[in-house]
Design a protein around this ligand. Structure first.
Ligand code: 5RP
Length: 218
C-alpha cells in the first residue's frame, strides 16, 4: 500500500465523525484534500464548511460545497485535518503547508479535532520534522535570533507567503521533550503569529492509515 493510499483510507474513515446538519472544519494538505473529495459525496447532509486555507476553500468550492466565514458561524462540530508529526498523545507538529495559523484557529473553534495521518507521521518525540513558525515579515531576523538562543536552527522558507501575508521560519534541530511548554515559549516571542505545535490543545482523535487498515491511536 502506498503512502497516498493510506492517506486516502484515513480520509475516508474520518467521514464517520461528520454529523448530519452540522458545520465541518476542513484542514489543509494532501490528506485533507482526500477528505474534501470524500466530503463531496455527503455534501447535501451537512450545513457547510469553514476552511483553514484559501487552497482548501477553492477545492471545497470546486465540489459545490459551501464555505463559510468563521465569523458567521456559531459552532463547528468537527475539524478534520492532517499533520506532519503526531505523538501518542495527539500532540502535533503542523504547518508543512504553511496554513498553521488558520488551522489552529479553526481547530480552536471546533468541538472535536480529528487528525488524519498515515503511519509515517507517528513519532515518539516531536521535532524531526522542522517546526514551522509564522512570523510578521519585519520581525524575521529578530525572531530567528531568539529561536537560535533557544537551541533551534531557523530556516527562512524562501518565496513563501502565508494566506495572512506573513513568512515562515522552519526550525530544525529540535528534540521537543515538552511540547506544551515550547508552544507557549515560542508564542511569547514578539513577532511570532503562531507556531506549528498543537500541544496545549491536542487532537481529540488521531486516525492512522496503515497497510493493515485504519487504526485509532490510543
Ligand atoms: C498544512 C498542514 C498539513 O496538515 C500537514 O503539512 C500534512 O500534510 P499532508 O497531509 O500533505 O501530509 O499542517 O499546513
Amino acid at each position: 500500500m502506498t503512502q497516498d493510499e493510506m492517506k486516502k483510507a484515513v480520509a475516508k474513515a474520518a467521514l464517520e465523525y461528520v454529523q448530519a446538519d452540522t458545520i465541518v472544519g476542513v484542514g489543509t494538505g494532501s490528506t485533507a484534500n482526500h477528505f474534501i473529495d470524500y466530503l463531496a459525496g455527503i455534501k447535501h447532509k451537512i450545513n457547510g464548511t469553514v476552511a483553514s486555507s484559501k487552497a482548501s476553500a477553492d477545492r471545497l468550492k470546486s465540489h459545490g460545497i459551501e464555505v463559510m466565514d468563521l465569523n458567521m458561524v456559531d459552532e463547528i462540530a468537527v475539524y478534520v485535518d492532517g499533520a506532519d508529526e503526531t505523538n501518542r498523545y495527539g500532540q502535533l507538529v503542523k504547518g508543512g503547508g504553511g496554513a498553521l495559523t488558520r488551522e489552529k484557529i479553526v481547530a480552536a473553534a471546533s468541538r472535536q479535532f480529528v487528525c488524519i495521518v498515515d503511519e509515517s507521521k507517528v513519532v515518539d518525540v516531536l521535532g524531526t520534522f522542522p517546526l514551522p513558525i509564522e512570523v510578521i515579515p519585519m520581525a524575521r531576523s529578530l525572531v530567528a535570533r531568539q529561536v537560535v538562543k533557544m537551541g533551534g536552527e531557523p530556516v527562512y522558507r524562501e518565496g513563501f507567503v502565508t494566506d495572512n501575508g506573513n513568512i515562515i521560519l522552519d526550525v530544525h534541530g529540535l528534540q521537543i521533550m515538552e511540547p506544551a511548554k515550547l508552544e507557549q515559549e515560542l508564542n511569547n516571542i514578539v513577532g511570532v503569529v503562531t507556531n506549528g505545535l498543537f500541544a496545549r490543545d491536542p487532537a481529540d482523535v488521531v486516525l492512522m492509515g496503515t497497510p493493515d487498515g485504519v487504526k485509532k491511536l490510543d
